[in-house]
Write a protein that binds this ligand. Structure first.
Ligand SMILES: *Cc1c(COP(=O)(O)O)cnc(C)c1O
Length: 531
């Protein structure tokens, strides 16, 4: 029995925790179960009292008057409040515990960022306000640009992309525009993408009209240089390469400079997926490696809250060769009036006289202002030396996990890792799979690690602790995963039915992804009558 430091038991005495727990209410522990909000609907209930209409009110809506019920669920105020609080508690969150989801950089979001983002001068402004009235916000964007350019040693940055994938799109569209300018867009269609790439890379290339050509990985988890060289031999159809560094195996691409040279010699451009920038920020400048375009996931590296689909922000840094094709809006600085006035332009007319040729526009307005504020707040509170330490600690933490677990689990590759530890399922007994380990981690109170990605590693388990976990928390996580991994190595069949303690047990995730039920349909009237 485990005791706390006061000598009180903190875990059940028996092995009962290993058994499926079913309750009458469906609630488990203090996690409340409830039906869908539409099923709870009672028309008579409402959280507001509307005044009775006086006299014979004449509708002024004419043909727009509603003829059918609105079909929004009717709930009292306490029911509504509980519904949303219960939903919020179904979410695992970085504020609850370590979130080891590899490639997602789920680090702590400093509360200082939130305080800054809520300052009225940033939070309450409108993108259509006259520039003169929002110069502070404009200056903030300019300062953030300056930091991003210094950290990457690149030539310019497009701030408007609203996620990493959107930044990829921005970079690849700039490459396409450059090829159009060279008169080679029709012939240079092939984009090389390593087999370990995040799914967004080939998707982006395809979306921009390129043909995706996969390059293999070598047995060190890096780009197979022989494969790359053979693909570049005697060709003039290369548009470029999309490469992640550190790559999705959590490894630095040690041949990256040679890769850049080979691609440039073949007439192509080098797109770097910068999602893993957290591992190298302050230590390596992508511009020194021959990169032409790279998105930065502000929500990953620079700690803006993310998960569950957003929000994101993916500023894209560009080399000198691509800068002129950066999308609208283009930042302008007008010094004519004496004081410096920062603004944006959207028209080619205003760019007359410059050599800029924006490929188009990606979003309305300037981008994710709230995320810009959070990111700059994070950068300034860390300072240059602090950012360097971020990368060092992120790498140290991942290596600690790898070192603590490698006696039991199989590291996918030899040697040190960067910011994430990658294991294969080689150590598991027959019949036990990665998903069983992930599900058992839920019972231990952890969101599972990234599973089955990257694809080049069998049954991959990708663990990214980030720098914001203490050694104590890393140990707590490692103890939990160690116990699950031991069961997996021993072939303990109980793992096959995990999770036991979650409100929902094993769900048919394939069905859920392939045939999602996104709309609630009311039961047929006969069915209601029968009840
Ligand atoms: C997160 C991630 C992306 C995509 O970023 P989003 O902001 O989710 O669109 C692309 N590549 C890699 C390697 C990533 O980890």
């Amino acid at each position: 029995m485990t005791m706390n430091t006061q000598g009180r038991p903190t875990a059940p005495a028996s092995e009962a925790s290993n058994m499926a727990v079913e309750t009458v209410s469906g609630s488990k522990g203090l996690l409340q179960h409830e039906a869908l909000i539409f099923d709870m609907d009672r028309w008579s209930e409402t959280g507001v009292d509307l005044p009775k209409l006086k006299g014979k009110a004449k509708s002024r809506l004419g043909k727009l008057k509603r003829t059918k019920p609105v079909e929004l669920p009717g709930l009292s105020e306490p029911e509504t409040v509980r519904h949303y609080v219960r939903l919020s508690q179904k979410n695992y969150a970085i504020d609850l515990g370590m979130f080891p989801l590899g490639s997602c950089t789920m680090k702590h979001n400093p509360r200082l960022n939130e305080k800054m983002a809520r300052l009225p001068g940033f939070a309450d402004i409108h993108p259509l306000q006259p520039f003169r009235s929002v110069q502070g916000a404009m200056q903030l964007i300019e300062d953030l640009q300056d930091w991003l350019l210094k950290l990457t040693n690149m030539h310019s940055v497009a701030m408007s992309p609203k996620a990493g994938a959107h930044g990829e799109y921005c970079g690849m569209m700039a490459i396409r525009e450059a090829l159009i300018d060279r008169g080679e867009a029709e012939t240079r269609r092939r984009v090389l993408v390593p087999a370990s790439a995040h799914g967004t890379n080939p998707a982006t290339a395809a979306q921009c009209g390129f043909i995706v050509d996969e390059i293999g990985a070598d047995n060190r988890g890096r780009v197979d240089m022989d494969d790359l060289r053979s693909k570049l031999e005697k060709t003039d159809d290369i548009a470029g390469i999309m490469l992640t560094n550190p790559n999705t195996c959590g490894l630095f691409e040690t041949d990256i400079k040679e890769i850049a040279d080979l691609i440039h010699d073949a007439g192509g451009y080098f797109y770097c997926d910068g999602a893993n920038f957290n591992a190298i920020v302050g230590r390596v400048r992508p511009g020194d490696l021959g990169i032409d375009a790279m998105h930065i996931n502000l929500h990953k590296t620079f700690s803006t809250p993310h998960g569950g689909g957003g929000p994101g922000s993916g500023p894209t840094v560009l080399s000198m060769a691509l800068s002129k094709y950066a999308p609208f809006p283009v930042m302008t600085v007008d010094k004519r009036s004496g004081d410096r006035l920062i603004g944006y332009t959207d028209t080619l007319e205003e760019l007359k006289g410059s050599d800029l040729q924006p490929f188009g526009r990606l979003t309305a307005f300037q981008g994710q202002m709230g995320m810009f504020v959070r990111a700059l707040s994070y950068i300034l509170s860390h300072g240059a030396d602090g950012l360097k330490q971020v990368a060092e600690d992120a790498v140290l933490n991942a290596n600690y996990i790898q070192a603590r677990l490698k006696h039991l689990m199989t590291p996918a590759f030899d040697g040190y890792c960067m910011h994430e530890a990658l294991f294969s399922d080689k150590f598991t007994a027959d019949g036990i799979e990665t998903i069983d380990i992930a599900k058992a981690l839920i019972d231990e109170g952890y969101h599972p690690m990234t599973m089955y990605f990257p694809l080049v590693v069998h049954g991959a388990m990708l663990i990214e602790p980030t720098e914001t976990e203490s050694k104590a928390e890393l140990d707590r996580f490692c103890n939990a995963l160690e116990s699950v991994a031991r069961k997996a190595a021993q072939g303990d069949d109980s793992l096959k039915n995990a999770p036991y303690l979650a409100p929902m047990r094993r769900l048919d995730e394939t069905q859920a992804a392939r045939k999602p039920v996104l709309k609630w349909t009311p039961p047929a009237p006969e069915q209601i009558a029968a009840e």
